[in-house]
Structure formats: structure tokens, C-alpha cells
Ligand binder design. Sequence first.
Ligand SMILES: Cc1cc2nc3c(=O)[nH]c(=O)nc-3n(C[C@H](O)[C@H](O)[C@H](O)COP(=O)(O)O)c2cc1C
Length: 174
Amino acid sequence: MSQEKPQTNVMTAIYERRSIRHFLESPVDRKAVQEALRAASWAPSGLNNQPWRFSIIWDKELKDRLAGLTRYSKTLQGAGVLIAVFLDRDSSYDYVKDCQAIGAAIQNMLLSFEHQGLGAVWIGEILKNKEKVAAMLDLPERLELMAIVAVGEPAHREQTSHRRPVEELIIFEK
Ligand SMILES: Cc1cc2nc3c(=O)[nH]c(=O)nc-3n(C[C@H](O)[C@H](O)[C@H](O)COP(=O)(O)O)c2cc1C
């Protein structure tokens, strides 16, 4: 790609997205969630097997109960909506590749929320209780929790993040 080309929306979203853990009380538009899930569903997957499944949780009582299963309870309680992301074992053909595909889907979802002016954070810490989450949501055995994404109107956008310089990350070039 030519260096002179202006940054596209996707590059802006990649660089400006931050993990948002504090939310305003304002509700999240269902259409925004549908759009983010559509973006997630357009992630690449091995053999195009699309192993991701989603649960959308608006219910306050259920959010509170899920919040009890992670040290990020305040983030889950404060979110307008939670999206639980699962691997469908019935669609799986290679565990590592399926997890990679689901990671790509989650990133697409985060970028879509960023693009739509919403804040979100990928909560992996709750995986220590993944069986309890599945039981709470009354889901079949074939669905394995991969993450919960907490979404809401950002309370602020002040947090910064950092990354190691790319030069430190390239281990070989010839
Ligand atoms: C696999 C994975 C698990 C994560 N789990 C959590 C989590 O449990 N709680 C949390 O607050 N953030 C979690 N995050 C978000 C990271 O902390 C965050 O992406 C990282 O600190 C960089 O910050 P940034 O996203 O604002 O650039 C997770 C991110 C990934 C990719």
C-alpha cells in the first residue's frame, strides 16, 4: 500500500481502540451489538468453519451473577451489555486454529464497537470459571467459553496504553 494513502477507518480504529472498563449508565443500542456481531462473523476461520457462537446478556440480574465469577466484577456490572463468546465444539476441526479464529472474531467485534463510539473490554479472567458460566447460562456441553466482552458508553477515554517498539518484536529478517 502506498505510504501517501490516508488512514482508513480500520487503521484509526486499530490505533485508537483502548480497553474500556468504566461505563456510563446509558443503554447500548441493540443495533450496535448486531453490527459488532456481524463484524465478528466476518473474521477469517480455518476452512471457513466459523466456530464462534455468542450469547447477548442484557438482564441486570444475570450480569450481576456473572460478575460474581470474576475479579472484574465492577466492569461486568457496569456494562450496558455483555457478550459471551463460545467455541462450538461441534464446528471445531482444530482446537488451536479455532481459538485463533475466535480471537480474530473478538478483535473484529472490539474494532466495530470502537468505530461505533462504544467502549468494550475483552474479559479473559472469567475463564477460570468457564464451567460455572456455561451452567449459569444453561448452555449445552458443546459450547466452551472463550471470553466475555463487556460493552458500554465509555465513562472516559483517558486511559493510555503502550506497546513495545516493532523493532523489538521482529526476531528474524533476512
Ligand atoms: C486474551 C485476553 C484476555 C484479557 N483479559 C482481560 C481481563 O480479564 N480483564 C481486563 O480488564 N482486561 C483483559 N484484557 C484486556 C487487556 O488487559 C488489554 O488489551 C491490554 O492491557 C492492552 O490494553 P489496550 O487494550 O487498552 O490497548 C484481555 C485481553 C486479551 C487479548
